[in-house]
Write a new protein. Structure first.
Length: 217
């Protein structure tokens, strides 16, 4: 199956899951939720690897772990821990293709975002006596900020945009769960989440292309 056909299929299956599959039964919902991720993993596996090849391996591993987390998120803490592991794997992947230092303005925005989210979400949970969740949320925010930080250092626009979308998706999910209901939360979370994973998979090809072009020069 060609990459273009795979990309179209991913988009179609993602739209079917987000907009057409009912919440019950849960088993069917989870199955359709995982199909786009399986296709994204397949898409990543057929991309020409960049240098080093470990980047492709780590991206695929991160995709697989996030796919597991998609099903486990119905048991929130277990799913959260699994997503945390996925972010850590992405951090190691982005470190393999690190090119630049992060711009000061981007570093400031990431740190400001983290501070706001900790005060808003962790602070709210603290006042409610949810101390275990406070620790989990603070740790998670720290890890996703680190993931975004390393993505920015790659200079790979697909990895960077993917990381921003992943942070956005997690933020909407957390705000909706702990603070206030957000209209169209499910669609916002899943569209940005699938988009992030697809861009991570496509960054494998992007890195390959840029490396090849540099060699040709």
């Amino acid at each position: 199956m060609s990459s273009k056909i795979l990309a179209i299929t991913i988009a179609i299956m993602g739209i079917i899951y987000i907009f057409l599959i009912p919440h019950d039964p849960v088993g069917i919902k989870i199955m359709f939720k995982l199909i786009p991720m399986l296709l994204i993993i397949l898409f990543a596996s057929v991309q020409p690897p960049g240098l080093p090849k470990s980047y492709k391996t780590l991206i695929i591993l991160g995709l697989f772990i996030c796919m597991l987390a998609d099903g486990l998120i119905y048991w929130f803490i277990i799913g959260l821990i699994t997503f945390l592991i996925g972010h850590i794997v992405y951090i190691f992947a982005f470190r393999r293709i690190k090119k630049n230092t992060i711009p000061k303005w981007a570093a400031a925005l990431l740190l400001l975002y983290g501070l706001i989210m900790i005060i808003w979400i962790a602070g709210t949970l603290w006042t409610e006596g949810e101390f275990v969740l406070v620790v989990a949320v603070v740790l998670y925010i720290g890890v996703i900020l680190t993931m975004g930080w390393h993505a920015l250092q790659t200079g790979n626009r697909f990895a960077i945009i993917g990381a921003i979308l992943f942070i956005f998706s997690d933020s909407i999910l957390a705000i909706n769960k702990f603070i206030v209901a957000i209209p169209y939360e499910h669609a916002l979370v899943m569209l940005s989440y699938y988009g992030a994973q697809f861009l991570f998979s496509y960054s494998i090809f992007s890195h390959y292309s840029s490396t090849r072009n540099n060699l040709l020069k």
